[in-house]
Every structure is written in C-alpha cells, then in structure tokens.
Design a protein around this ligand. Structure first.
Ligand code: NAP
Length: 330
C-alpha cells in the first residue's frame, strides 16, 4: 500500500488561508535521500515569505524548512543515517509541515539523545542561523569579548537564541524588541541592554549605551523599516548584516553613503550558503548541540499548534504576537 501523510500545502501564493491540510503520497527515498517521519516541525518567518511568494518556489508547495523525527528509510549512498535514527534538520526544499516526507539527506543530522524532538524542531534553523551570524558573519576587526553588537527582534525565535549565545561568547548584545514584556524577555535571556524600538529611537539609545561610538555589527532581520537607521548605529568599518525582511525587503540603496558613514560594510546573509555541504552542516550542528547541551542556550518553545491550526500560527507570527520558538505538533 502506498505510504501517505497529512501535509500542509499551498497551490497559490497569498495569506494564511491559502494553506490546506491534504493527504499526499510519500514515496521511497532515491540516491542521497532519506524518508523521515516527523515528530514536530518548526515555524519560521521564511515560511511566511514562501507562502506569500516573496521567496518563490514551484507550486503546489508543502511548506516548512525545519523538523525533527525518526528516519524510516535511506536511499543509496546515504551512510550517516540509518532507519530508526532520531534526526533533525534545517533544509531546502520546504516540506516539514507534514507527518512524513522524502528529502535530501545532506542537511539531516543525527539528534543527540538528550535533545527532545520538539526542542530540535524549534532550534535547527534558528540555532544554525545564530551560529553562522555570531561566528562567521563578522566585522573586519572581528568580535572580541566585551564588544557591543545590535540585534533586532531579540525576543523572537532567532533572537532569544542570539541573546543567550552572545552572552556565552562574552558579547554585549543590545537587543531591540516591541514592547516592555518582550524587552524583559530578551534581558532575562542575556541581552546586556534592551531597547523598545516601538517607543524609543534606537539610534540615539545605541549611541548613549556605547558612549557615542556605535557598534561593530548590526544583525538586522527587520529589513525595510530599520535598514537606514541600522547603518547609523555602526562605528567606522562596522558591518551591517542584513538577514531578513520581517517588515518588507530592503529597498535599493546608495552604496556611496557607506563611505562618509565610516567605510561601512554591508552583507546579505543566508543560512543556505553556510549549510551547502554535509560536512559544514554537521560541524555547525555539533556546535549548536554543544551549546544547548551545556545549558548555555535554552530553547524556549512559547507556542505550539497542531498541524491543522497552522493558519493561526502564521497569523500570530506575522502580527508580532509570538516570542521564542513556535512548533507544529504532529
Ligand atoms: N537569512 C537567514 O539565514 C535567516 C535564517 C533564519 C531567520 N531569518 C530571519 O530572521 C528573522 C527572525 O526569524 P524568526 O523565525 O525567529 O521570527 P521571529 O523573530 O520570531 O518573528 C519576527 C519578529 O520580527 C519583529 N518584527 C518587526 N517588524 C515586524 C513586522 N513589520 N512584521 C512582523 N514582525 C516584525 C517582531 O518582533 P518585535 O515585536 O519584537 O519587533 C516579530 O516577532 C526573520 O526576519 C527571518 O526571516 C533569516
């Protein structure tokens, strides 16, 4: 009998109402692939970009880039995983909003026994992102203990991991967040300073906090609403690491302005460049697993929704109602 699985699919780009619960055939893994039965799937802002078509994929599309579960079958050439292994991933192509799927094995790693499935589903994409941001997306002068960095949306899924990991690295993370409760949450997770950017001018506050010098790096996932002001927070030779568009894509900008502002650097970073190979994925995942097992980074799952209620999950994420990680339960 053909193996089928419930999954969340879109057949057209649009709002949360485009997502439908369907039953799909799962199939057998081909060369370099595995079949995984999901225990939990992670929700990420990239799922919103893919649902709306800001990031285009062929349709129909099963959404979801992050998941954890048990390997059911492996295809030819896959040697790092076996049927029965607990496993987790952040990976292209999308498809984790499902009970089971066939996918490339390259970005799937064995899950250490101490890490629960829902924790893994809430941390792989977000935690690997923080790993490459704080360790590989650096200003020319590097980051040293005691350096100040600015991290927007510090109470979000990526943000709360960044607050804790930055503290563990000895960095002074200045976190922005919307409202006093989110600011308090970021502070409780290791932000050295917090700014409620819905009320305060974050450029002025960053100047105050850094004695007028500015920060060496701004990690900006907000995009349109913050880009220009993020540049104004940098010290000479500083780096603006743009890595998301929660408020909309960054419009075209004048590269010439980077000179008088202090020979600034700008990068647009994405996790998928960093996890292009199996070796790189494993090395980054090992680093993430270490920091979680040590207790230095705790994964907060503040929202859980059954797969069938994914539309509500998207609506809540988009309307800034969530904090920390969100998982879809299966
Ligand atoms: N490039 C990469 O490799 C990569 C990888 C992972 C994630 N990301 C990006 O990192 C960001 C965080 O991802 P996440 O999944 O952890 O989401 P999240 O931070 O949990 O949620 C997004 C947060 O952005 C803030 N925000 C500010 N303006 C917003 C607006 N106009 N609409 C909606 N939200 C707004 C909200 O926090 P406040 O209320 O506190 O402002 C909101 O809670 C996203 O932009 C995502 O695309 C990039």
């Amino acid at each position: 009998m053909t193996r089928t699985a419930r999954a969340i699919q879109i057949t057209a780009y649009g709002g949360p109402e485009q997502m439908r619960l369907v039953e799909l055939p799962v199939g057998e893994p081909g060369p370099g692939e595995v079949r995984i039965r999901h225990e939990a799937a992670g929700l990420n802002f990239i799922d919103v970009y893919q649902r709306t078509g800001l990031y285009a994929n062929p349709l129909p599309l099963t959404l979801g880039m992050e998941g954890a579960g048990v390997i059911e079958a492996v295809g030819e050439g896959v040697t790092h995983l076996q049927p029965g292994d607990r496993a987790a991933y952040a990976s292209n192509p999308p498809g984790s909003y499902s009970e089971a799927r066939v996918m490339p094995a390259r970005n799937v790693v064995k899950l250490p026994p101490e890490i629960a499935f829902d924790t893994a589903a809430g941390m792989m994409l977000k935690g690997l992102t923080v790993q490459y941001l704080l360790k590989k997306t650096l200003p020319v002068e590097g980051l040293q203990k005691g350096d100040a960095i600015l991290f927007h949306a510090a109470a979000g899924g990526v943000g709360l991991i960044a607050c804790q990991w930055a503290r563990a690295l000895g960095l002074e993370l200045i976190g922005t967040a919307g409202g006093p409760a989110k600011c308090e949450l970021a502070r409780a997770h290791g932000a050295a300073h917090v700014i409620d950017y819905t009320k305060e001018d974050f450029v002025e506050r960053v100047k105050e906090i850094t004695g007028g010098r500015g920060v060496k790096v701004v990690y900006d996932s907000i995009g349109k609403d913050t880009f220009e002001r993020s540049l104004a927070c940098l010290r000479p030779f500083g780096l603006l690491a743009s890595f998301g568009n929660a408020s909309g894509p960054v419009p075209p900008f004048q590269i010439g302005q980077l000179g008088p502002k202090g020979s600034l650097y700008v990068t647009r970073a994405t996790l998928f460049t960093h996890i292009a190979t199996r070796e790189a994925t494993q090395a980054m995942a090992d680093d993430l697993f270490d920091v979680v097992r040590s207790g230095a980074v705790k994964i907060r799952i503040d929202q859980r929704y059954p797969l069938a209620e994914v539309a509500q999950a998207h609506a809540d994420l988009e309307s800034r109602k969530t904090t920390g990680s969100t998982v879809l339960t299966l």
